[in-house]
Write a protein that binds this ligand. Structure first.
Ligand SMILES: Nc1ncnc2c1ncn2[C@@H]1O[C@H](COP(=O)(O)OP(=O)(O)OP(=O)(O)O)[C@@H](O)[C@H]1O
Length: 247
């Protein structure tokens, strides 16, 4: 896997800074999230926990600039999403963020390899970090697939011909290709058995450490929490949490 020579040093401003963040969904009487501050440094790994419906996926969507906050700011690499146009947000997301969605969001008609290489097609920056030419980038993608146990013929198979657990691993390899500064993962181990889950975590944490990427990882699986630098209990951080969520 290729490294990232232009990584932000750990001593610099936080990679991610949330301040005065409030978000509510249209038609909902109360805010889902009300977070005073949250800073994550470059290379820091955070496990986000909280009961179903407490706003974990919403938080990731705000961090990724997919949702706009009602108030406050979400700064990635010192830039607030609020100041950017929709297309600028898309470019910035492709350049700097790898995302493992809950539903994986693979393109079913593309091969496994082409799915992993997708961020390199959407971002020249990610492509340059993955390798100087197409052959090197393909080697990077195959190396990531190899590390999640998807070898040989599986790399060229259509994505919709994979099991759910295999798709989950492809989604992780895609998030990691081209060493993005920030990796967001929403319950990425839910379809994996124990052995696969441990291998998956080794890959995710190992690749983030190698690239100096910050990782925000949402999961209900409390056994994984000790592997992270920091555990964020969302109902404790979130001033909009109900007493039930905070209990
Ligand atoms: N697109 C949406 N439109 C309206 N309300 C939404 C939308 N997405 C989520 N919500 C609401 O926001 C709240 C938080 O949802 P969210 O998906 O962020 O929770 P979560 O902690 O990720 O839950 P889970 O652990 O079940 O995935 C819930 O009350 C949910 O109903």
């Amino acid at each position: 896997m290729s490294g990232r020579p232009d990584a932000v040093p750990a001593a610099a401003a936080p990679l991610l800074r949330l301040s005065g963040l409030r978000h509510g969904w249209p038609g909902e009487a109360r805010d889902v999230l009300d977070i005073d501050t949250l800073d994550l440094a470059a290379g820091q790994t955070a496990f986000v926990r909280g009961p179903s419906g407490c706003g974990k996926s919403t938080l990731l969507a705000l961090i990724a600039g997919v949702q706009r906050a009602r108030a406050g700011s979400v700064e990635l690499l010192g830039q607030d999403w609020a100041g950017l146009s929709g297309s600028a947000c898309d470019r910035r997301r492709a350049d700097h963020i790898g995302i493992v969605f809950q539903q994986f969001n693979l393109l079913p008609y593309l091969s496994v390899l082409d799915n992993v290489l997708l961020p390199c097609r959407l971002s020249a920056l990610r492509a340059s970090r993955a390798g100087a030419d197409a052959a090197t980038r393909e080697r990077s993608a195959r190396e990531l697939l190899d590390r999640v146990g998807l070898r040989g013929e599986l790399a060229t198979r259509r994505a919709d011909r994979l099991s759910v657990g295999q798709q989950q691993r492809v989604a992780a390899a895609r998030a990691l290709v081209g060493a993005p500064e920030l990796v967001l993962a929403d319950e990425p181990t839910s379809a994996l058995d124990e052995t696969r889950r441990d291998a998956f975590m080794d890959l995710l944490l190992g690749a983030c450490a190698e690239a100096g990427s910050t990782l925000v990882f949402v999961s209900h699986d409390a056994r994984l929490a000790p592997r992270f630098d920091r555990v964020i209990d969302l109902p404790t951080l979130n001033r909009a949490a109900t007493a039930e969520e905070a209990a």
